[in-house]
Design a protein around this ligand. Structure first.
Ligand SMILES: Cc1cc2nc3c(=O)[nH]c(=O)nc-3n(C[C@H](O)[C@H](O)[C@H](O)COP(=O)(O)OP(=O)(O)OC[C@H]3O[C@@H](n4cnc5c(N)ncnc54)[C@H](O)[C@@H]3O)c2cc1C
Length: 354
C-alpha cells in the first residue's frame, strides 16, 4: 500500500441534506465509529449553493427524521395553492416549513461534530476500487482509504459515475431568483401552464424576499433580482443504490419527486436509512428500503411524462370545477378518465411530494 494513505472507516462525500443527515444519524447510532465528512464548499459559497432551493419541507418529513426537529424556520406553511392559466385555482391545507437551509444544515453538522465526527473542506477528485477496498483521491492531494462510502455528492455525483455507471433517467434544468415581491407568508404557490413543459413556476416566501423558479428558459422574472441561481434536479431514481459498501443517497441517486421536485425530505431520509444500514452491518436493507418506499420517484414518472404533454386546454379541462370540496374531485375523477392518473399522482404528492 502507498505510504501516506489515510485509513478511515466511513467517509461521507457531500454535506447537503443527504450527507448531513447520514453523518449525524450514523454518529447517533454508533458514537465510537470513525466518520469523516468531505465537502468541496465552505463559507458563503456553501451558503449560496444551499440557498439555491425553495427550502420547503413538509411537517410530515420530520416524522421519519425523529428526533431531528425543524430548526431555522423562516416561515410556517399552512397552504399549497395551484393556479392555472384560466385563472382557476385551488388551495389545499398542507403543513410544513421554509427553512434557512444553510443554517439548518450547519446545525446538523455541528451536532455531528459534537458527537466526535470530523468534517474536512476538500473535494473528492476521483474514486477507485482495488483488492483492499476503496481509494478516494482528494483535491488537496491526500488519499483516503475508506471501508464504507456514503455518496451524497449531488446531481452530478462523481461516485455514481465512477462506481455505479448509471445516469439519472432525467435531468431537469432549473432557474431560481430571489426577488422583492409580496407573497403570502404561509403559502406555497405553484402556477401550472403549458409553457412550463410539465413543470410549474413556483413562488415561495423567502424571508423578506420571494423565491421564484421555473424550468430554465420558460419564463422571466420582473423586478429587482437579488440573487439568481441555476441548477439541475435529477429525477427518476437510479436502480441500484448500494454496491459493496458504497451507498448512493439523495440527488446522487436521483431521488427527488418528479412531479413536485421536492428532494430535501427523501434526501435526508435516505441519508438516515444508509446510516442505519452501515451501523447495523446490513447493507441490503438500504436497497430494500429504496425499492419499497412510497417516496420513490418511480411511481411518479408516468405522471411526469403525461404532464409534459399537457396543453393549456388540458389544464383547463383537468382543473374545471375542482375546488376544496372532495366531491368536486370525485366528480372529476369519475368523469375524466384521461386525467385519472394525474389526479392520483397529485393527491399522492400532497402526502409524499415534499
Ligand atoms: C432550484 C431548485 C429548487 C429546489 N427547491 C426545493 C424545495 O423547495 N424543496 C425540496 O424538498 N427540494 C427542492 N429542491 C431539490 C433539493 O434541493 C435537492 O433534491 C436536495 O438538495 C438534494 O440534496 P443532496 O444532499 O442529495 O444534494 P446537494 O444539496 O446537491 O448537496 C451535495 C453536496 O455535496 C457537495 N459535493 C458535490 N460534489 C462534491 C465532491 N466531488 N467532493 C466533495 N463535496 C462535493 C456539494 O458542495 C454539496 O454541499 C430544489 C432544487 C433546485 C435545483
Amino acid at each position: 500500500m502507498a505510504i501516506g494513505v489515510e485509513q478511515r472507516d466511513v467517509v461521507v462525500v457531500g454535506a447537503g441534506p443527504a450527507g448531513a443527515a447520514a453523518a449525524l444519524f450514523l454518529k447517533r447510532a454508533d458514537q465510537e465509529r470513525d466518520v469523516l465528512v468531505l465537502d468541496r464548499l465552505t463559507g458563503e459559497k456553501y451558503s449560496r449553493y444551499h440557498r439555491m432551493c425553495g427550502q420547503a419541507i413538509s411537517r410530515a418529513a420530520f416524522r421519519d427524521l425523529s428526533p431531528l426537529k425543524p430548526q431555522n424556520i423562516l416561515h410556517r406553511i399552512t397552504h399549497l395553492r395551484d393556479e392555472w392559466s384560466d385563472g382557476n385555482f385551488i388551495e389545499f391545507r398542507s403543513h410544513g416549513y421554509i427553512l434557512d437551509r444553510p443554517s439548518f444544515l450547519r446545525g446538523m453538522l455541528d451536532r455531528f461534530r459534537s458527537l466526535g465526527g470530523e468534517m474536512r473542506a476538500a473535494a473528492l477528485g476521483s474514486v477507485a476500487r482495488d483488492d483492499e477496498g476503496l481509494l478516494l483521491y482528494l483535491s488537496d492531494g491526500r488519499v483516503v482509504r475508506a471501508r464504507k462510502l456514503i455518496a451524497a455528492d449531488g446531481s452530478r455525483s462523481l461516485v455514481r459515475k465512477a462506481l455505479f455507471k448509471e445516469e439519472p433517467p432525467a435531468m431537469l434544468r432549473m432557474e431560481q431568483c430571489l426577488v422583492q415581491k409580496e407573497v403570502r407568508e404561509d403559502t406555497l404557490t405553484f402556477i401550472q401552464e403549458e409553457r412550463y413543459q410539465g413543470g410549474y413556476r413556483w413562488e415561495f416566501p423567502a424571508g423578506d424576499l420571494c423565491c421564484v423558479g421555473f424550468p430554465r428558459g420558460t419564463d422571466t422574472v420582473e423586478g429587482e433580482i437579488m440573487e439568481r441561481h441555476r441548477r439541475n434536479i435529477p429525477i427518476g431514481g437510479v436502480r441500484c443504490v448500494e454496491r459493496d459498501g458504497v451507498y448512493l443517497v439523495g440527488d446522487a441517486a436521483a431521488m427527488a419527486n418528479p412531479v413536485t421536485w421536492g428532494g430535501i425530505r427523501v434526501s435526508m431520509i435516505s441519508g438516515r436509512k444508509a446510516a442505519e444500514a452501515v451501523a447495523s452491518g446490513s447493507p441490503q436493507v438500504y436497497q430494500q428500503w429504496w425499492e419499497r418506499t412510497p417516496l420513490s420517484p418511480a411511481r411518479f414518472m408516468e405522471a411526469y411524462a403525461s404532464l409534459g404533454k399537457m396543453t393549456d386546454d388540458d389544464y383547463r379541462k383537468a382543473s374545471k370545477g375542482i375546488n376544496r370540496n372532495p366531491l368536486s374531485w370525485l366528480r372529476a375523477y369519475l368523469t375524466r378518465g384521461e386525467y385519472r392518473h394525474l389526479y392520483d399522482a397529485l393527491l399522492l404528492c400532497l402526502r409524499y411530494g415534499w
